[in-house]
Write a protein that binds this ligand. Structure first.
Ligand SMILES: [Zn+2]
Length: 148
């Protein structure tokens, strides 16, 4: 899914489960489970070369990534004292995508990153349909907003 879904999901888990030894594995698992739901994301078309890597990278950098930070702030921090847990959750929620960044955009392929990227791709289900691909991500945000 997009960072706007992964980041707030991680923030929710980290703020509900104070023990990081329990929350971090759950956050990482949530990333792969969310990727398993057919969704639309900025990497859409990267493998089939319908979209340039640069376009996907810029979309991620200027839209998805900053918006995920804004959502974590609005959902978990606005009007509240600073709490590091939502931000820790945001970081681990996005970590699997951060790890794949050098593979996708810098052509850096260490054996670990290669294996990891293969697993990530194997878990990943996406759809080019923006409506049906964005709907599950909107629902994830709605649930987070209701239970946070
Ligand atoms: Zn992912």
């Amino acid at each position: 899914m997009l960072s706007i879904a992964h980041g707030p999901t991680g923030a929710l888990i980290a703020s509900k489960i104070p023990n990081p030894f329990i929350s971090i594995p759950l956050i990482l698992a949530s990333h792969f489970l969310e990727d398993r739901v057919p969704h639309w994301d900025v990497g859409q078309g990267l493998t089939s070369r319908r979209k340039s890597k640069k376009a996907a990278f810029l979309q991620e950098l200027f839209f998805d990534f900053p918006l995920s930070i804004l959502l974590v702030y609005l959902f978990f921090q606005a009007g509240r004292p600073f709490d590091w847990r939502p931000w820790l959750g945001w970081f681990f929620g996005l970590l699997p995508d951060f790890l794949e960044f050098p593979y996708l955009f810098l052509e850096y392929r260490s054996p670990f990153i290669k294996k990891f990227a293969a697993f990530h791709t194997w878990m990943h289900r996406s759809t080019p349909n923006r409506f049906w691909g964005l709907l599950p991500q909107f629902l994830v945000l709605l649930v987070i907003l209701l239970v946070r």
